[in-house]
Design a protein around this ligand. Structure first.
Ligand code: GLN
Length: 293
């Protein structure tokens, strides 16, 4: 086999491999681009590019990992979410596009609130189980850089110190270094007098018996799956939310496609009103919101 190969040959080989494996075909080309550190246009403009021996070795090693079930985002260490780029590793869930619906809904609610322009009341937002920080950072980024709402402050918690390191780094590279990160199992280590206007979370919600979990084995199980048909953490977060939410405050939760009814029930039994479920881009129930009456 020739040791020097052209990009063109790779692309042909990659399409064959994509046909033969059950991996998304763009993973192969994206991995190739990550190895040679070039933007996607390079595939069109520089077809004659020759991969070096070390690029070749790195490329093949990565393909083996993808085939063994490691997601592309853990290989590249990057995942786009909202309009931002997030560093991810095996300590963090990989941000999903569906979670952007949660960010969108929270932003809409914040923008619908009246503001006293002269003296805006300081407001606080809490993200529970922040992981890579994608929700807290996207929200803080919008509030600061687009809406210029300097009166909002974001706090993000995670039980995993490793995830918090990743989230802090992501906050810095996305220019929202002022977010407060606290290591805590849900509300446990939060000062009891710290009150919030918004509590948001994408908690683990997949049923422990769900066969889908087998396909997600590279990601931290503690971020994916919960007891009680996946509802245990949603229930815990909702039950304690009234202690930390100001009157009229918003609770916004991501959940499974078949959990809308159950989550609305949980919110309603813990004092929330104006409860509403919103669907994701695939038309599945994904986010439920309620106001503390
Ligand atoms: N939505 C993710 C999935 O089904 C799970 C995220 C979560 O459990 N919070 O792959």
């Amino acid at each position: 086999m020739s040791s020097i190969k052209h990009l063109k040959q790779y692309i042909r080989q990659l399409s064959d491999e994509a046909d033969n494996s059950r991996l998304p075909s763009f993973w192969f080309t994206d991995w190739l681009l990550a190895v040679i550190d070039k933007p996607s246009l390079f595939l069109i403009t520089d077809e004659e590019y020759q991969l070096t021996e070390s690029e070749l070795a790195q490329f093949y090693a990565g393909i083996e990992k993808l085939q063994a079930g490691i997601p592309l985002a853990y290989l590249t260490g990057q995942q786009a979410f909202w309009s931002l780029s997030f560093t991810v590793n095996e300590h963090t869930l990989i941000p999903r596009p569906d979670t952007e619906v949660l960010v969108e809904q929270v932003l809409q609610w914040i923008q619908s609130q009246p503001i006293n322009d002269e003296h805006p009341t300081p407001k606080r937002l809490l993200d529970l189980g922040t992981g890579s920080g994608c929700i807290a950072i996207s929200l803080a980024h919008e509030l600061k850089h687009h809406l210029r709402y300097a009166h909002w402050h974001t706090v993000a918690l995670d039980v995993s110190p490793e995830a918090l390191e990743v989230a802090k780094y992501n906050a810095l590279i996305n220019e929202v270094g002022e977010i407060d990160f606290i290591q805590s199992s849900w509300y446990e280590s939060l000062p009891t007098d710290m009150m919030f206007d918004v509590i948001v979370s994408n908690p683990p919600y997949i049923d422990e018996e769900d066969a889908h979990l087998a396909h997600l084995r590279a990601e931290p199980m503690s971020a994916l799956s919960a007891p009680n048909h996946g509802l245990a953490d949603i229930e815990h977060i909702t039950q304690l939310a009234p202690k930390y939410l100001r009157a009229g405050g918003l609770l916004a939760l991501e959940h499974g496609f078949d959990q809308g009814e159950a989550v609305r029930q949980i919110l309603s039994s813990h004092g929330f009103g104006a409860i509403q479920t919103v669907q994701d881009y695939g038309g599945n129930d994904r986010v439920t919101l309620g106001h503390l009456a």
